[in-house]
Design a protein around this ligand. Sequence first.
Ligand code: KIV
Length: 300
Amino acid sequence: MTQRVTVADLVAMKRRGERIVMVTAYDYPTARLADEAGIPVILVGDSLGNTVLGYETTIPVTLSDMLHHTRAVTRAVRRALVVADMPFLTFQVTPEEALRNAGRLVQEGGAQAVKVEGGGPVVETVARLVRAGIPVMGHLGLTPQSVHALGGYRVQARSVAAIRQLFADALALEEAGAFAIVLELIPAPVARAVSEVVQVPTIGIGAGPGCDGQVQVLTDLLGLTPGPLPRHARAYADLAGIVSEALRRYAEDVRNGAFPGEAESFGLPRDLDAETVEAIAQEYRARREGGRDARGSDCG
Ligand code: KIV
């Protein structure tokens, strides 16, 4: 049986100086490929709002959206630790409500952990979930659910006060029991320093190479994101180009009769021949003609 990656494995990887790889996934086929590629952490990010559901932000994503996609991912994954994002307003109201919602992502969604965005205001909630046995990943820096308050998708921690706040939040999350912390859009030297101070792994996105691990949004990584990539992302394939070309060729083959060919078609069973089929067709052709004549005479 395949051994599931655990939160303890990730902390041990940090201690050994082994970089942690995380990627987002939102559906069965890509989650399966990520797992088979040996990626140890798969995040069902609420970025599914932008990447898959066509929203402009992650704010419209609901718990039921997250459950639907988390189930698809966990049905595919055998080895990786699956972390499900808690969407906007499912964890900010009260720790008890957050516990109920996180519990659904674990119990109904099959995730092994959840992720919550933010520092100070969510620390009590993180502690509550951890006490209930739910592993929690934190998320600091650019927290997309607060995009309107932050005034856009901008690099964070760019003043002494903001850097101090980031350190304080990271340590508070660690103390509350978070097993890892995503650092998003943070100057590389700041993220490196935070990663050295906290004992739990940091997973960076737009936070430079000094983090303990890296996460990329799958559609950016595969070249499926429409328009220009965010500066922090790197595409390792051009799937949009491959998919467009495949669809164009398929449409052309259907239009010119090249698809389906013999290889994609089924012949008659041995005990039937083309004459029998033709005889049946004749019979029905005649019936249809007869019906037409009858309707014609009714009308006439
Ligand atoms: O939702 C998401 O994909 C995320 C990553 C960017 C860390 O939170």
